[in-house]
Design a protein around this ligand. Structure first.
Ligand code: DOR
Length: 421
C-alpha cells in the first residue's frame, strides 16, 4: 500500500480541491483521508506543498516508432512522458511505415503494452497518407487503434474527409485533423506576416487553417463525428470551433503549450527550433486562444511532441523539419503561462490535461476516485527550474534555458512509481 500524505488533491472530474492523504493499493485508488486506515503503508510519499492530480493525458505525440527511432522510440518517448507527468499518451501514425495497416499496428500495440505508462496508437485515416483511399476502419479498430488521424499531412478533399468522418462516427471513435490547406501555404512552419516578411521566408497564413476548420466543422455537424481539431493556432479558428459547438457539432479542440505561450517573434531568436506546423502566430491569435481556453472552446492541452535530430534542425529554415518536443515542459508551461498569469485555475488547466482528453477517447483514466486506476502526477507548483536536459532522445525545444514553474516530482501509473525527480 502506498500513502501520499498531505498533498493538495485536485481532481477536475469531481471538482475536488482538498489537502488530504491518498491511499493506493493493487494499482487502484483505495481511499482518501488521514485516518482512512490503521494499516501501515509500505511506502509513504510526503506531498506537503505539492499538487496531486490525475496522471496527465496527451492526445497528440510522435514517438517515431517504427522506422524513425533515431529521433525517438516508444521507450524513450514514454520516459519523457513519465518525466512530464503523463501516464497516457496517444501516438500519431506518421511513422515509417505509416500505421495504415493491421500488421504495423498490431506489432506496435503489442510493444506498447510492455511500457511503464499507457501508450495508445491512432491509425492513419488514409492509406499511405495519400488522402485517397480509406484504411480499413473496422480492422484497425479491432486491432487496437484508439482513433484515426493523418496528422502531419492535411486531408484536402472534402468528399474524402466526409467519408472518413462517417466511418469514425459509425465506430464512435475520434478522428483528429491537421488543419492546413497546403495550397495557401508558401512555406510551412512560420506564420505568414511581419516576421516571415522580414526574413523573406514566405510563410503559412492563418487563413490556411481557417478554411479547413470552417469546412470540417460543417462536415462534423452533418456526420455527427467526434472531431478533434488538432493544435489550433489561429484566433479565427477558435471562433469557428466556438460556433461549431453552439450548433451542436461534436467538435473538440486541442492547443499546444507553444501556441498559448509564444508568438511568431520567437522565430527571430530561435530559427528552426521554432519551426512547427501550424506555426505560432500573432499576439492577437494567442489572446484568442487564451479566451478559448477560458470559455471552454478549447478542451485540451496536447503537446504535439515532435522530436527531430539536431542535424535535421541545423538545416536552413526551408529544409529543416517542423516540430518541437513538449512532453517534459507541457505542465510547467501551463502553470507558468496560464495559471501564474491568472488566466486559468489549476482545476481548469488540469481538466484540459486529464479528464477532457480521457473522455474524448473513452480512456479509463483522468479521475481520482475510489476504485479508479492509480494514475497520478505529483508536482510542486511553486518550484522553478530551468529547462535543460531531456529524457527524450531529442532536444529540439526553443524553451531550453527558460525558467518555468511547476516541477514534477512523481509520476505514478497503475499504482507504480514510474518517475521520481
Ligand atoms: O510541426 C509538426 N511536426 N506538426 C505536425 O503536425 C507533425 C509534426 C511531426 O511529425 O514532426
Amino acid at each position: 500500500m502506498l500513502q501520499i500524505k498531505n498533498g493538495r488533491v485536485i481532481n477536475p472530474e469531481t471538482n475536488m480541491d482538498q489537502i488530504t492523504d491518498l491511499w493506493v493499493e493493487d494499482g487502484k485508488i483505495l481511499g482518501f483521508g488521514v485516518d482512512f486506515t490503521e494499516k501501515e503503508a509500505d511506502e509513504i510519499i510526503d506531498a506537503n506543498g505539492m499538487i496531486v492530480a490525475p496522471g496527465l493525458v496527451d492526445v497528440h505525440v510522435h514517438f517515431r516508432d517504427p522506422g524513425l527511432t533515431y529521433k525517438e522510440d516508444i521507450v524513450s518517448g514514454s520516459k519523457a512522458a513519465a518525466a512530464g507527468g503523463f501516464t497516457t499518451v496517444v501516438c500519431m501514425a506518421n511513422t515509417k511505415p505509416i500505421v495504415d495497416n493491421v500488421e504495423t499496428l498490431s506489432e506496435l500495440v503489442k510493444r506498447e503494452e510492455e511500457l511503464p505508462i499507457h501508450v495508445k496508437q491512432v491509425s492513419a485515416v488514409s492509406i499511405g497518407f495519400q488522402g485517397k483511399e480509406l484504411v480499413d476502419f473496422d480492422a484497425m479498430a479491432a486491432h487496437g487503434a484508439c482513433g484515426f488521424s493523418d496528422d502531419g499531412i492535411p486531408l484536402t478533399d472534402a468528399g474524402f474527409i466526409k467519408k472518413a468522418m462517417e466511418e469514425a462516427a459509425r465506430l464512435d471513435m475520434p478522428i483528429s485533423l491537421h488543419e492546413e490547406d497546403p495550397s495557401l501555404n508558401e512555406l510551412n512552419g512560420i506564420n505568414k506576416g511581419v516576421i516571415s516578411d522580414k526574413l523573406g521566408l514566405g510563410g503559412a497564413p492563418a487563413l490556411s487553417e481557417d478554411v479547413m476548420v470552417a469546412r470540417d466543422i460543417m462536415i462534423a455537424l452533418e456526420t455527427g463525428a467526434k472531431v478533434d481539431i488538432q493544435h489550433i493556432s489561429s484566433g479565427r479558428s477558435v471562433d469557428l470551433v466556438r460556433y461549431a459547438k453552439s450548433l451542436g457539432a461534436n467538435v473538440f479542440a486541442e492547443v499546444t503549450p507553444h501556441h498559448f505561450s509564444v508568438t511568431e517573434e520567437m522565430v527571430l531568436e530561435h530559427g528552426t527550433l521554432c519551426k512547427m506546423n501550424p506555426p505560432v502566430r500573432t499576439e492577437w491569435d494567442r489572446k484568442k486562444i487564451i479566451e478559448g481556453l477560458k470559455d471552454g472552446t478549447i478542451d485540451m492541452v496536447a503537446t504535439d511532441h515532435a522530436p527531430h535530430s539536431a542535424e535535421e534542425k541545423a538545416q536552413e529554415f526551408g529544409k529543416a523539419p517542423s516540430g518541437i518536443i513538449g512532453l517534459e515542459t507541457s505542465l510547467a508551461m501551463g502553470v507558468t503561462n496560464l495559471v501564474k498569469t491568472g488566466e486559468l485555475s489549476y482545476m481548469e488547466l488540469l481538466r484540459k490535461m486529464t479528464i477532457n482528453p480521457a473522455k474524448l477517447y473513452q480512456f479509463d483514466c483522468g479521475n481520482i476516485d475510489i476504485g479508479c486506476p492509480a494514475d497520478l502526477v505529483i508536482f510542486d507548483p511553486e518550484e522553478t527550474f530551468v529547462v535543460e536536459k531531456f529524457y527524450s532522445k531529442a532536444c529540439n525545444s526553443p524553451f531550453v534555458g527558460t525558467e518555468l514553474s511547476g516541477k514534477v516530482h512523481f509520476t505514478i501509473c497503475d499504482g507504480k512509481i514510474v518517475y521520481r525527480a
